[in-house]
Design a protein around this ligand. Structure first.
Ligand SMILES: [Zn+2]
Length: 227
């Protein structure tokens, strides 16, 4: 635990981000009420109106719409690093990876959606990286690779329309090819983020990876916000 979190926990004892009960950022009651759907064996989860162009599918822990407690917990997680939430979220994603047998004979390579240095300095941590690490701690044969970088500072996606989101991210990522090519055949690649809303961020990351020669790229998120 970082010192700053330790101090924050004393000054502001954790409360459930959803029901406000004391003790943790997501209480056991709210966790036990999670609605988790078993994913089909073929993880191509598309928007109904449009298929993803680069992503081979998006694997998600839960649906946002059915789990308001996850929504508030993710918002909490974005602004303050909390180890217990990282464990809950990592657990949800790891469960899906094993349910779908994603790494049969292969290594799962989790690539966090990168933050620009500016925002990383401001926030102090990249939540996608923490999610990837916590998933890898639970999953077998799974590693985290920081293979993507931001080429420039982009506007926050949440503030933009769908069309603006796509332009905003155009060529925003570059990949460290050395990392990716070394593992390509023996690995399955996942771009990790907290939420998938329109999929623009994951799509752009997948595009960058595929242009570097990666064959299959999936998205891996805690929650999906589309149906
Ligand atoms: Zn609660």
């Amino acid at each position: 635990m970082r010192i700053v979190d330790f101090i924050l926990n004393i000054l502001f004892p954790p409360r459930c981000s959803y029901c406000n009960s004391e003790g943790d950022f997501l209480c056991t009651k709210c966790i036990s009420r999670l609605s988790i759907t078993r994913l089909q064996n073929y993880p191509r989860y598309y928007r109904r109106d449009k298929e993803f162009e680069y992503l081979d599918g998006v694997i998600y822990g839960v649906d946002y719409a059915e789990n308001p407690q996850i929504k508030s917990a993710i918002q909490q997680f974005k602004y303050r690093f909390t180890e217990s939430l990282a464990e809950v979220f990592g657990g949800l994603m790891a469960k899906k990876l094993s349910e779908l047998n994603m790494n049969e004979g292969k290594i799962n390579v989790l690539i966090p959606v990168p933050l620009h240095k500016k925002r990383l300095n401001y926030r102090g941590f990249n939540q996608a990286e923490l999610l990837a690490e916590s998933t890898a701690n639970i999953s077998k044969k799974t590693i985290v690779l920081n293979a993507l970088y931001r080429t420039r500072h982009t506007d926050q996606q949440a503030k933009l329309s769908k069309r603006e989101r796509q332009t905003n991210l155009k060529n925003a990522f570059i990949v460290n090819k050395k990392f990716v090519q070394a593992d390509n055949k023996k690995s399955v690649f996942f771009v990790v983020d907290d939420v998938c809303t329109t999929g623009s961020t994951l799509e752009n990351c997948a595009k960058t990876l595929k242009e570097a020669g990666v064959e299959k790229v999936y998205g891996l998120v805690v929650a999906r916000a589309f149906k």
